[in-house]
Design a protein around this ligand. Structure first.
Ligand SMILES: C[S@@+](CC[C@H](N)C(=O)[O-])C[C@H]1O[C@@H](n2cnc3c(N)ncnc32)[C@H](O)[C@@H]1O
Length: 738
């Protein structure tokens, strides 16, 4: 797949270079209105035919340009006949009306005409694929295309291309800025605010929230002196539609502005309507994680309509979130049981108050502990800012190719980009949190300024942020719905991808002190070591490769940095001959072990085990004892675990020695003295091998009749399991007892 992405990257660059040669030229005569209508109908028909089959959609992020930050009125009008190829018409605005059937391919395409009756194709990229094409560019609507970009298509045709959704502003029919020729066919001018309200209500009843928002907006703008009660109705109704559309910031604002005065209505009626307004404002505040504000609204609602059960219900739900937010107390087992591929966006608050973001000496900003956090404890538990689950993708997969960063990926990254853009377009305060994340040095930086009612979200900047902050996640839970192996495989295939804002400030270290896991869209970060207050929280971004050079290559490719943690520094200081010998041995081990994986049915012969032991001794010598004194030796841990597993049916003392060797090579110091065991995590690197090894030791001690020691090893294994997978679900199934 990597090869395919590289091939497409090269092809697209070629196409773009060829197109660049036509920069500034007048286009050849384009298709007629009728031809465009036919073209769209044919595509519409074909996409419907293909809807039942699997589709791989390509999404190219072309050369970056910033969104327009000017209001429509500041821009100078341009018409289609003045457009030049491969040109961003800076300082200009094109007024158009849509016609023809809008269709979604990788972007949304439609046809437009301008005030002179000239026509062109319009392609709008980066809208949420869950939105129908007709919601992005409804037919017969008037739009202002700010600073339009006219380009040559791969097939030699031409089209207007919109990459930033805020560059496409839908205008209300009575907007005086619309050129007269585009106004002439509009009939809505005569409608009253009441007519618009009825139309909005009818659209709401059919579930068309886009049309309903549009109708209420037109109603609000239809007269300057709409009666107070009607205005409040329109705002309150628009609020519920915005809630459905996940536009929580405007939903809250509308609801809060919709409180009617008791003098304008009978008291009972005013109380009912205002309770509704508080309810909607509360729901929006809740979704924005403003739980205190939500509680205030629900309390006001309850005071107005004490017999309404909804207020009590929402108050109880909000109280649970407030506890989670303040104390980090979650019912992880219940959470894990509740999650499934269909229910993976969980209703929980984020607990991030143990962490503060500050500058680090060398690695930009980082996350620091504000209290002591013991090994195994929660560092944070955070709800995703945005997540695209593989299970939501249906029968389509996106291949995203970014020509600005020369990166490409297949899977949910494109959907994540579209979702984030859509969310931020209408929730600018939320957007500001995201746009503050590290962007790999992208320039120019963008902010979510609201212009013409939309936040000016730079798609290219957003994608640059996604590329260095998104984490692959398992889609359900790290522990249930199949083994951890399955979750790891899914994550490796990049099936689900998300962004968690606070966790994004955590820098990488191979031997970090924290580890992440997932339950649905909640990321759980636990301490793998004791973290004193003030220390930086660090976690490995990817699982540490036994070949450190390979690991560095991966980090460089995805995040453009070289790791300088203690493991990598020890590696760097090692003799080149030792490093070379180790890399060669890691290859040899992989090949040697592949056909000899111990299972319940298969135990490798003694001769094979002896050969592995000899390789182990050679491998051990490739680690300089001074440089790696207490440090994890990852390659040894893997082979050591194989040996431990292969000898599981041998004498207990052998199992114990092998298991201890695995723990030591992962940096754990384990001292058994008398009846007690001391486990020291200071230098550890947690891999699931450690849990298995600790359980082998536990079982061997139990079999030896040393239950006290066995139980301590089991307790240790359980702690590691919870740290690694977030919660205990699946432990009993995997190890029995527990
Ligand atoms: C997810 S961000 C982490 C937060 C980031 N440091 C910031 O200033 O917002 C990932 C980026 O942080 C930097 N980074 C993280 N860990 C690092 C490390 N161990 N060494 C150098 N740079 C690191 C790299 O620039 C990487 O692309």
């Amino acid at each position: 797949m990597e090869h395919k992405v590289a091939q497409m990257l090269a092809q697209q660059k070629q196409t773009l270079n060829a197109a660049k040669g036509r920069e500034g030229q007048r286009p050849n005569a384009g298709p007629s209105r009728l031809e465009l209508e036919r073209e769209l109908s044919a595509v519409f028909y074909n996409t419907r035919q293909q809807a039942s089959g699997y589709a791989l959609r390509q999404h190219f992020i072309n050369h970056a340009y910033p969104p327009s930050t000017k209001v429509v009125g500041e821009l100078k009008q341009i018409v289609i006949s003045d457009l030049r190829l491969e040109t961003h018409h800076t300082g200009k605005v094109l007024f158009v009306r849509t016609f023809g059937q809008p269709v979604r391919i990788s972007g949304v395409s439609t046809a437009v005409e301008d005030a002179n009756g000239d026509v062109a194709r319009l392609a709008v990229y980066n809208s949420d694929p869950l939105l129908g094409a007709e919601h992005v560019v409804p037919m017969h609507a008037v739009f202002a295309i700010k600073e339009p970009y006219f380009k040559t298509n791969g097939d030699g045709g031409t089209s207007l291309r919109v990459d930033h959704l805020s560059d496409l502003v839908r205008l209300q029919p009575h907007d005086p800025i619309i050129p007269v020729n585009l106004c002439s066919r509009l009939v809505e001018l005569q409608k009253s605010a009441v007519d618009w309200k009825m139309e909005g209500n009818a659209s709401y009843a059919t579930g068309d929230f886009f049309a309903a928002v549009n109708a209420y907006t037109q109603g609000l703008a239809s007269h300057s002196d709409i009666p107070e009660t009607l205005k409040c109705n329109l705002l309150r109704n628009r609020s519920i539609c915005n809630l459905h559309l996940k536009r929580y910031e405007p939903a809250m604002e509308d609801a809060e502005r919709s409180a009617v005065s008791t003098s304008s209505l009978a008291e009972g009626m005013a109380a009912t309507l205002n309770a509704k307004a508080h309810y909607r404002a509360g729901l929006a505040a809740y979704e924005l994680a403003q739980y205190e504000k939500a509680r205030g609204h629900y309390e006001s609602m309850q005071a107005l309509t004490p017999r309404d059960g909804d207020a009590a219900c929402e108050l109880s739900r909000t109280a649970k979130r407030e506890i989670e937010l303040a104390s980090g107390v979650y019912d992880f087992v219940k959470m894990s049981k509740s999650v499934s591929k269909k229910h993976n966006r969980l209703d929980h608050a984020s607990f991030v108050s143990r962490v503060a973001v500050k500058s680090t000496p060398k690695h930009g900003r980082g996350a620091f502990a504000i209290t002591d956090i013991k090994a195994g404890e929660l560092v944070l538990c955070e709800k995703a800012f945005g997540v695209a689950f593989g299970s939501d993708e249906g029968k389509q997969t996106y291949m995203i190719v970014n020509l600005n960063t020369n990166r490409g990926s297949v899977g949910t990254q494109a959907t994540l980009l579209f979702q984030l853009v859509q969310k931020m377009l209408h929730n600018p305060l939320q957007a500001a949190r995201f746009l503050d994340l590290y962007d790999g040095g992208y320039s120019p930086k963008s902010t979510a300024r609201v212009v013409d009612g939309l936040a000016t979200i730079d798609t290219f900047h957003t994608q640059a942020i996604v590329e260095v902050n998104a984490f692959a996640c398992s889609g359900v839970s790290s522990t249930n719905k199949g083994s951890q192996q399955k979750a790891a495989e899914e994550a490796a295939r990049d099936v689900s991808t998300g962004v968690w804002i606070t966790a994004s400030y955590i820098n990488h270290a191979c031997n970090g002190n924290a580890m992440r896991s997932f339950i649905g869209d909640m990321m759980i970060v636990r301490a793998t070591k004791d973290i004193p207050a003030g220390a930086e929280i660090l976690m490995p971004y990817i699982s540490v490769d036994p070949d450190v050079a390979e690991m560095q290559k991966k980090l460089q490719k995805s995040w453009a940095f070289k790791c300088d943690c203690v493991i990598c520094s020890a590696e760097e200081k090692s003799e080149p001959s030792q490093r070379k010998a180790r890399a060669a041995l890691v290859q040899e081990i992989n090949q040697f072990l592949r056909p000899h994986k111990p299972t319940a049915q298969y135990r490798p012969r003694e001769a094979i085990v002896n050969t592995a032991e000899q390789i182990y001794a050679r491998l051990e010598q490739t680690y300089d004892p001074k440089l790696f004194q207490n440090l994890p030796r990852i390659a040894l841990a893997h082979l050591g675990f194989w040996l431990c597993h292969a000898r599981i049916s041998g004498p207990e003392t052998v199992t114990i020695t092998s298991a201890m060797r695995v723990l030591r090579s992962l940096g754990y110091s384990v001292v058994v003295s008398g009846g007690s065991v001391q486990f020291d995590h200071t230098h550890c690197h947690l891999l699931d091998l450690a849990i298995d090894a600790a359980m082998y030791a536990a079982q061997a001690y139990l079999a030896k009749g040393e239950a006290g020691i066995g139980n301590q090893f089991e307790g240790f294994a359980m702690g590691l399991y919870r740290t690694m997978f977030g919660e205990m679900g699946g432990f009993k199934e995997r190890y029995g007892g527990g």
